[in-house]
Design a protein around this ligand. Structure first.
Ligand code: PEP
Ligand code: MG
Length: 784
């Protein structure tokens, strides 16, 4: 990325500087910035410290220069002292700015993000009080006039010169032009080689788009007609991107700006980014309608959507909404009692439920909102309302979504869509499952920052990062990483470590596509087959034959490799209606995993028979979820023996004996691990649940990263105890196995078997190979 001026905020108050920094991050994204604020332990007392300022300068050590913004009196003295202490190589690149602290910092951040050089950034900051002073004179027009006088008002018409491109539009945002879009507009303007000018309504004055205060001082309101002018290469595209920004009707209720990007499907991509859009739903108010005809039309449209979803595992999940009486009842009442058309009634009913879902704090439930919106629109389309999703028709691009609907995810062509950025989205959403299968890199939770259509973007989803306007060096670096991943070999099963040990990689799978990917990567085996994913959409208990067919289908590509099948782990977030488990106030601590299976013996019998029969000819192993006590395993072994005797009596082939392992995901098990040695053949560390039960922190909770980080040592301690029993093999199958930092911790405590999603394996392998590998695999591969 082209190097940009960095900022250091020097304040007497640490909370003040931290708050301001957060505001700046909203307008300037990843601009290099630091604070030097407060004195005493953790900066808790008021004051400034020259050595802290110097440390911030040295830490940033920014080639494009560093601007120091200071608050009151002695802050300036401390800043000057810091400069006296600094090395001469740093000195030439640092400037103290005589600007108002808050307004100046914001103007400086915008100017720096737009690529202006140090002196220009400082002068943008110095004039930052203008807009407030002008506004307090109480007259918008004067204010604009005054601002434009300061900022090179152009009174000649640029369009008189035929070089200029112009565009007229109406500002849509009900809040007028506020801080974030204004900052985004200036960033777009700064991309051009020639200046961009803006004029309002009467065209009397045009201001160059190079100053935040100048722009804000226009006090642009919803409905204002704006004229934009620019010229030079890509002038039209830049204007179009600005128009997109300014004509957005309402700011979308996006993820909080504090959210940080998370990997949903690893991979890298570099391409222009374009947003996924859908025509807004506006229905004409219909004159009198025939309620019976409208009801029939609604039912027909719903039936058609149900039929369309029947053969599709993912879309089938959405169908649950179509059986929701709250939704259907409200729509039908709208038609019967209020004379609405089918489309109006359906839109109202679905929107009301969608808004209720949006307000739910549980992220898993909230994620269903995307399914509902998608479904709502498909039924509307069935009723003749046209609102297709507009996937850009371009040869290669990165797609930006507010929350990628599964029905769009499934039709994205990996040859054209090089990656997807999602402002919200979830790592375990249906869209993520589909993109994983299609091999499209997917980054979720990127938040609300403005990204204009056509902006060049680089993403490294595996590392949870993306860059707007990447520099040629950054693109090259990313392509290098991609090439390393692509050049890495077909086999990812083993890694010889420098200490002479061997690290084994196994796969976590839950679909046929993942089984195939696991085989392609040549993993040692399947360390976790999550059987519940086969049943998530089932309304009725699947028959033994149906289960057997599903398992056979998954096992087929894995011939010759050990397959660890985990018995159905129902309960908590994976509520399966057909098991009819009682409603619990705290389901994560209730009937989950083996506890639920023991209460449904008939299902357990069928389930086990199906797995064993499908496992004939395979190296099958069984894994029990949510075990808490050795007695649960002993009872299970008795059931397993009974099923073996039945199948033998019926002459039905199945593997025997079968190893039985347990998930270590309840802290009580790890703490008393020796008590389980006699009843189990292997242990599998389920760090997702073990972590949540150790820290009393919901695994779906993303707002408390600090607690998650600080409880990591306790989690590792429980893992270490499990390894130290020393008598039974141990693997890790929680998501932490795919995190390079955690994987290194696992190696440190003696674990040598990691099981993870195939999509995440190559990146982890390459990462660990660089640090712990001996290079023997590469040599062996070179010979073959
Ligand atoms: C775990 O808890 O770490 C685990 C692998 O199981 P799941 O994520 O399916 O609960
Ligand atoms: Mg678990």
């Amino acid at each position: 990325m082209q190097s940009r001026v960095a900022l250091v905020l020097v304040s007497h108050s640490r909370p003040l500087a931290e708050g301001l920094l957060r505001m700046l991050q909203q307008v300037a994204g990843d601009l290099p910035m630091a604070i030097a604020a407060g004195v005493g332990e953790g900066g808790q007392d008021l004051g400034t410290d020259a050595t802290a300022i110097l440390a911030a300068l040295e830490h940033l050590d920014n080639p494009a220069g560093i601007l120091l913004l200071v608050d009151l009196g002695s802050a300036l003295l401390s800043a000057e002292t810091a400069l006296q202490l600094a090395e001469s190589s740093l000195l030439g690149r640092v400037q103290i700015c005589p600007a108002p602290f808050v307004e100046g910092a914001i103007a400086a951040a915008v100017a720096a993000a737009g690529g202006l050089e140090l002196t220009a950034v400082c002068s943008a900051a110095r004039t930052a009080l203008d807009s407030k002073m002008q506004a307090l004179r109480g007259d918008d027009t004067t204010a604009a006039g005054a601002a434009t006088a300061d900022h090179k008002t152009i009174r000649s018409t640029p369009e008189a010169d035929e070089d200029w491109e112009s565009l007229e539009l109406q500002l849509q945002d009900p809040a007028g032009l506020h801080l974030r879009p204004a900052a985004a507009l200036l960033r777009l303007a700064a991309e051009g080689e020639s200046p961009t000018f803006l004029a309002r309504n009467d065209l009397a004055e045009r201001i160059p788009l190079d100053s935040l205060s100048g722009l804000l001082s226009l006090s642009l309101r919803q409905g204002d007609r704006l004229h934009l002018y620019t010229r030079g290469p890509h002038a039209q595209q830049r204007l179009a991107a600005m128009a997109t920004l300014l004509t957005r009707e309402t700011p979308s209720p996006l993820a909080p700006a504090t959210s940080s990007p998370r990997t949903a499907v690893p991979g890298t991509a570099v391409a222009p980014v374009y947003a996924l859009r859908q025509s807004p739903v506006t229905l004409p108010v219909s004159p009198a309608v025939d309620p019976e005809a409208e009801l029939a039309a609604l039912r027909e449209a719903i039936r058609a959507v149900e039929k369309e979803s029947a053969d599709d595992e993912i879309l089938a999940a959405q169908r649950l909404f179509l059986q929701d009486s709250a939704l259907l009842g409200a729509a039908e009442r709208g038609i019967r009692e209020r004379g609405l058309s089918a489309a109006q009634a359906w839109l109202e009913a679905a929107t009301e439920i969608e808004q209720r879902l949006a307000a739910i704090p549980d992220p898993t439930l909230r994620a269903r909102r995307a399914d509902l919106l998608d479904l709502r629109n498909r039924v509307l389309q069935g009723l003749g309302v046209s609102l297709p999703w507009q996937v850009p028709d371009l040869p290669s691009f990165i797609l930006l979504a507010d929350e990628l609907p599964p029905s769009v995810a499934r039709r994205l062509d990996p040859a054209r869509v090089l990656g997807v950025l999602d402002r919200r989205g979830g790592q375990n959403s249906h869209a993520a499952i589909l993109l994983r299968a299609a091999g499209i890199p997917y980054l979720v939770g990127i938040g609300a920052q403005p990204i204009a259509d056509g902006t060049l973007l680089a993403m490294d989803a595996g590392q949870g990062r993306f860059w707007l306007h990447p520099s040629p060096e950054e693109v090259q670096q990313l392509q290098g990483r991609q090439a390393t991943l692509a050049a890495t070999p077909a086999s990812f099963g083993l890694l010889s470590c420098q200490d002479g040990s061997t690290l084994e990689f196994w796969a976590n799978i839950s679909s046929r596509a993942e089984a195939e990917a696991a085989a392609r990567l040549d993993v040692r085996g399947v360390g976790l087959l999550r059987s519940e994913f086969l049943f998530l959409d089932a309304r009725a208990a699947p028959t033994e034959a149906a289960q057997e067919a599903s398992f056979r289908n998954l096992f087929a590509p894995l011939q010759g490799r050990p397959i660890v099948v985990r018995l159905l782990d129902a309960g908590a977030d994976k509520a399966l209606p057909f098991l009819q488990l009682p409603k619990e106030t705290n389901p994560a601590l209730g009937l989950r995993g083996i506890r639920a299976l023991e209460r449904r013996p008939e299902f357990l019998h069928q389930h086990l028979r199906a797995i064993l029969r499908a496992g004939a000819g395979h190296d099958l192993r069984l894994l029990l979820p949510m075990v808490t006590a050795p007695a649960e395993v002993t009872r299970f072994r008795a059931v397993l023996r009974e099923i073996h005797q039945q199948l033998t009596a019926e002459n039905l082939p199945h593997p025997w004996p079968v190893a039985v392992g347990i998930m270590v995901e309840v802290p009580a098990v790890a703490l008393d691990i020796d008590a389980f040695i006699a009843v189990t053949d292997f242990f599998s560390l389920g760090t997702n649940d073990l972590g949540q039960y150790t820290a009393a922190l919901d695994r779906e909770q993303t707002d408390l990263p600090e607690l998650e980080a600080s409880s990591r040592a306790a989690l590792l301690e429980l893992c270490a105890r499990t390894v130290q029993q020393g008598k039974r093999p141990v693997s890790v199958c929680g998501e932490a196995a795919a995190d390079p930092a955690m994987a290194r911790e696992f190696l440190r405590i003696g674990l040598r078997r990691l099981s993870l999603a195939p999509a995440r394996l190559p990146a982890l392998y390459v990462n660990l190979q660089a640090e712990c590998g001996t290079g023997r695999e590469a040599q062996a591969r070179a010979k073959t």
